[in-house]
Design a protein around this ligand. Structure first.
Ligand code: BES
Ligand code: ZN
Ligand code: ZN
Length: 486
């Protein structure tokens, strides 16, 4: 992606602060004299405001120039750079531009430079994605950017290092999005498990897939219960990456893998069932964060666990009122078959104990209530540890996978006490649904440091993301940074 400077005949992108004109960029020197004169003369080519994009066709070389506004330089934060890069790539795709160059330079310390350009590259790759697998290609092919060149005065190892890392991360974010976007008919627990296996080939990741007999043997009554209604049988996906010292305790990532959530006998209404093929987004995120960790050669021990089921209504479905015995021995009184995520996660959180983890993070499209509380820009963050809360908020801001804390305390246990089982899978009230779901999970996560991310708010992209419609790929960027730094 990063190439030696030769921007003479390829489209150029100028990222400009308020008050700047293309002239103030070092990239301007690469233009031919005629191009410079032209650019100086055309009205509007001297300024762009924040989030504004302008495209000009220079007459002589017949090349396009894209101006992207960054806003006031004093108010610049990394997130604005990420968005600007996404806008540049989206514009290039619209203009059918296959290559472009932009000016790069050091940003603070070497380490800061790596991180900054890692973010730039990650976001360029994320913007260059669209889920076209099921579409007939147009005659001249789908329009994607094939190459982005960073032009600088002298070679800077940190910039190319950032680009390289960012590309790997961006590609895994996109692979996560592809997987989550795959329609429910083509994405069953078995296929999800196969994907985890196939994608680990050629890496140091070891994959073990538990089938129904083994799931039974382990006493994972939660997973079995939810899976009862579907012809597609459950899988329990285990990925192990031993990149650290033998003596070092692992970080365990747990991802909700509901390949389609109809709600079960508490069937979802029309509007709510739409997009429920993405209810394995948490599973997809942990699988691809793990793969990113392996690609980056992170020297840590990492485990990913994905309970994979399909939640279907049928003659063999689990019923409201059923009491399920989980692997831990604790029982769950099923009051609503649509609150299935927490049931399968209960078994996965118990299984995590086997690894004596130093941290367990579960990632799940768990509740619509998290979306009601937070909107669609932040995932819900729940943890009994204030320290972990601070760590995750910081990682979220840095990487762009933003998370915001919601309450979690023993107070809420009142709301989920069962009548005929230990814990009810829905609350007695209709308030604070994201928190009561977290309080439920907590009952299975008391033996290790634990963080729960409710990513329902970030399941899909929104307009202001400047990304293709569909799965957002959250929180792969956050998890990769966590695996690296925690
Ligand atoms: N998968 C859904 C949550 C969801 C909703 C994710 C919308 C993404 C977008 C989850 O299994 C569910 O159905 N939750 C119920 C819980 C309720 C029955 C207590 C919900 O949020 O309505
Ligand atoms: Zn559900
Ligand atoms: Zn669900």
């Amino acid at each position: 992606m990063l190439r030696a400077p030769d921007p003479r005949d390829i489209p150029l992108v100028f990222f400009m602060f308020e008050g700047e004109s293309p002239k103030s960029s070092k990239l301007f020197n690469f233009l031919a004299d005629g191009e410079k004169d032209y650019l100086k003369k055309i009205p509007g080519a001297t300024r762009v405001s924040e989030k504004e994009v302008k495209v000009f066709l220079l007459p002589n070389a017949e090349r396009k120039i894209i101006l992207v506004g960054l806003g006031k330089s004093k108010e610049f934060i990394h997130q604005k750079g990420s968005l600007a890069m996404r806008m540049a790539v989206q514009t290039a795709r619209k203009e059918k531009i296959k290559k472009f160059a932009f000016w790069v330079g050091r940003v603070g310390t070497p380490k800061e430079t790596v991180k900054f350009f890692e973010g730039v590259a990650t976001n360029a790759i994320m913007a260059d994605f669209e889920f076209v697998k099921y579409k007939t290609p147009p005659k001249d092919g789908f329009s994607f950017v094939e190459e982005v060149q960073g032009i600088s005065k002298s070679k800077d190892k940190n910039i190319s290092e950032g680009f390289k890392r960012g590309m790997a991360i961006g590609e895994e974010v996109n692979a996560c999005r592809s997987l989550a976007n795959t329609p429910g008919g083509d994405m069953t627990p078995k296929i999800l498990a196969q994907h985890a296996e196939d994608d680990s080939k050629g890496t140091k990741i070891k994959v073990k897939i538990l089938k129904e007999d083994k799931i039974k043997e382990l006493g994972m009554g939660g997973i079995l219960g939810v899976s009862k209604g579907s012809a597609e049988r459950p899988r329990f996906i285990i990925m192990e990456y031993w990149g650290g010292k033998k003596s070092e305790k692992p970080i365990v990532l747990v991802g909700k893998g509901v390949t389609f959530d109809t709600g079960g006998l508490n069937l979802k209404p029309e509007q709510a069932i739409y997009e429920m093929h993405m209810d394995m987004s948490g599973g997809s995120a942990v699988i691809h964060s793990m793969r990113a960790a392996a690609r980056l050669g992170i020297k840590k021990n990492i485990i990913a666990l994905v309970p994979a089921v399909e939640n279907m209504p049928s003659g063999s479905s689990y019923h409201p009122g059923d009491v399920l015995k989980t692997m831990s021995g604790k029982t769950i009184e099923v009051l609503n078959t649509d609150a299935e995520g927490r049931i399968i996660l209960a078994d996965a959180l118990s299984y995590a104990k086997k690894y004596d983890p130093r941290l367990v993070v579960d990632v799940a499209t768990l509740t619509g209530a998290a979306m009601v509380a937070l909107g669609q820009r932040y995932s819900g963050l729940f943890t009994p540890s204030q320290k972990l809360e601070a760590v995750f908020r910081k990682l979220g801001e840095e990487t762009g996978d933003k998370v915001w804390p919601l309450p979690l305390s023993a107070d809420f246990e009142e709301d989920i006490k069962g009548t005929f089982g230990d814990w009810a899978n829905i609350s007695k009230t209709r308030y604070g649904g994201a928190t009561t779901a977290a309080a439920f999970l907590w009952q299975w996560a008391k033996d290790y440091p634990w963080v729960h991310l409710d990513i329902a708010p970030r399941m899909t992209t929104i307009e202001g993301d400047y990304l293709a419609k569909g799965a957002a790929g959250a929180p792969v960027r956050l998890l990769v940074r966590l695996l690296e730094e925690f």
